[in-house]
Design a protein around this ligand. Structure first.
Ligand SMILES: [Zn+2]
Length: 516
């Protein structure tokens, strides 16, 4: 399955509203990959998220892109900040270099993304191309513009700018409802005023702008200049996902503000160039995030980055859960109370996971298997219903409440808490095979929060001396020979506190660093 997500502009820090949209796309991807889809197999999802480092203007909400170059604006802002000593602590970038500005914000975005479990940012560590940058695709953009001119979908306007000819594409407006008739009359400021005279139709949008003074510019058949901001997604989706399908991709997402003009223009460019009926088979537009009931605003103090929340002590797992738990088609309302509730729910889940791992050996096997089956069926039913995560979370909580009352088979010993933790950690494969202990084995990777919690646990063992560990193991071996179980357990605990897990087998005892 091919999935393209319109990513961040890298002229500033991404805020939690941006991440609401990205994590909704991430949830969709994780669910598609899970055994709940495709008859237990999950789909293989190729996910691309671009990082826009060129082409955005400050008036992006108008179809033809007007205002000041956002990179120029960011550069000026950073320059001011540097002069007045307001650059964030530890930041040493040259604000006069646009690529350094982009690089700085890309680094921050990747760090936030990995902290919140945005899976594509982990893919990116091995395959950098999954988070492509438009400045690396300028030549293919020029080729696309040429193709559109050749096919009669684009023209050079009176001002030398290359425009897309919207009247040559009758389906323009079908995705967003902003049809040409509606746009002709000005459409409430959704087309730029200053370029009307040179265009065939008010809705025609810019593909290439010759501009010798622009901060970032490249050679082209239409003069040195820069691409329109919609171009990059058509080109990168085609190159990275659509080479075998004539540019058609399965899924395309972006925040609801991307619907028009951005996605409408992407469709016109892509289908105009390929002649295909569709650009993306399915569109996914999560709605906006409000903060404490209102629009996010710097002046009201309701504008938050992920780092700001982490600095206030909120765990990434709780931030993730808070940002994904409202249905993507509804406006989410971020509140600190909600964030605290999410953290509390994660705490309850964690306790319950340990508790259930402990008890499930003592449950009769039939009870465990049918309980797990019921939970999975209910979770799947909720998620299949247009990704109803709130409903799916309700099913998890219902299961956990019920599980407390399952009858326990007294002939089996209930595991000590430490042993059940150990079984989960040391024998994940066996646990998977038995399907008994970790009822969340399939659900966890969809939610993407347990892995963040586990990763957050201290792994002090990196600093631990291997020789010390070996001597402790030898000491414990002797204690066990002496049947001094208390001492043997104390040594295990001591090492565990250092982040070292002991693994006993017929061949003796080995150890590993706890990785979560
Ligand atoms: Zn896009």
């Amino acid at each position: 399955m091919t999935f393209y997500t319109c990513g961040p502009t890298v002229y500033d820090f991404a805020h939690i509203g941006n991440f609401r949209s990205f994590l909704a796309a991430d949830l969709l991807r994780r669910y598609l990959e899970s055994p709940f889809c495709n008859e237990g197999q999950g789909y293989q999802v190729a996910h691309i998220v671009n990082m826009t480092d060129v082409g955005h203007m400050t008036d992006d909400e108008v179809a033809d892109g007007a205002g000041e170059d956002k990179m120029e604006a960011a550069r000026k802002r950073l320059l001011e900040d540097k002069k007045s000593g307001k650059l964030p602590a530890g930041v040493d970038i040259d604000p006069t270099d646009p690529m350094a500005v982009a690089e700085f914000y890309i680094g921050a975005f990747l760090a936030d993304s990995r902290a919140l479990g945005f899976k594509v940012a982990f893919d990116q560590q091995e395959h950098a191309e999954v988070m492509p940058r438009p400045t690396q695709y300028i030549q293919p953009m020029i080729e696309l513009v040429q193709t559109l001119i050749d096919r009669g979908h684009a023209y050079v306007g009176g001002d030398g700018v290359v425009y897309f000819d919207t009247q040559s594409f009758p389906k323009y407006g079908q995705l967003s409802g902003n049809t040409l008739d509606r746009l002709r009359s000005g459409a409430g400021g959704r087309v730029a005023e200053d370029t009307q005279a040179v265009k065939k139709h008010p809705a025609d949008f810019m593909l290439w702008k010759p501009d010798q003074t622009h901060l970032m510019r490249w050679d082209s058949p239409w003069g040195e200049g820069y691409p329109g901001w919609h171009l990059e997604c058509s080109v990168m989706a085609q190159h990275l996902l659509g080479t075998e399908t004539n540019g058609v991709i399965d899924l395309h997402s972006g925040g609801e503000d991307n619907l028009f003009p951005h996605h409408e223009c992407e469709v016109a460019q892509s289908c105009g160039a390929t002649g295909e009926e569709h650009f993306a088979r399915y569109w996914f537009h999560p709605r906006h995030l409000f903060v404490e009931g209102g629009k996010m605003s710097k002046s009201k103090g309701t504008f938050f980055t992920v780092q700001q929340l982490r600095d206030e002590g909120y765990a990434p797992a709780a931030i993730r859960l808070e940002l994904i738990k409202t249905h993507y088609r509804s406006n989410a309302n971020f509140t600190f109370q909600g964030l605290k509730d999410s953290a509390k729910m994660l705490g309850r889940w964690k306790e319950a996971r340990i508790q259930i791992a402990r008890q499930s050996l003592a449950w009769n096997q039939h009870t465990v298997l049918s309980a797990r089956k019921r939970l999975h069926a209910a979770f799947k039913a909720a998620m299949d219903d247009d990704l109803n995560l709130a409903g799916a979370i309700g099913e998890i909580n219902k299961f956990l409440n019920e599980a407390q009352h399952y009858p326990v088979d007294d002939s089996k010993t209930i595991l000590e808490e430490r042993d059940s933790r150990r079984i989960l950690e040391e024998y994940p494969e066996q646990v998977k095979e038995l399907g008994l202990l970790d009822v969340f084995a399939a659900i966890g990777p969809v939610l993407g929060v347990f892995e963040l919690e586990d990763a957050a646990e201290p792994a002090a063992a990196a600093d631990v001396d291997a020789a010390l560990i070996e001597s402790k193991i030898a000491e414990r071996k002797q204690a066990r020979r002496d049947k001094d179980w208390g001492k043997a357990d104390a040594i295990r605990d001591e090492l565990e506190a250092l982040g070292v897990v002991l693994i006993d087998s017929a061949k003796g005892t080995t150890w590993k660093v706890k990785t979560g």
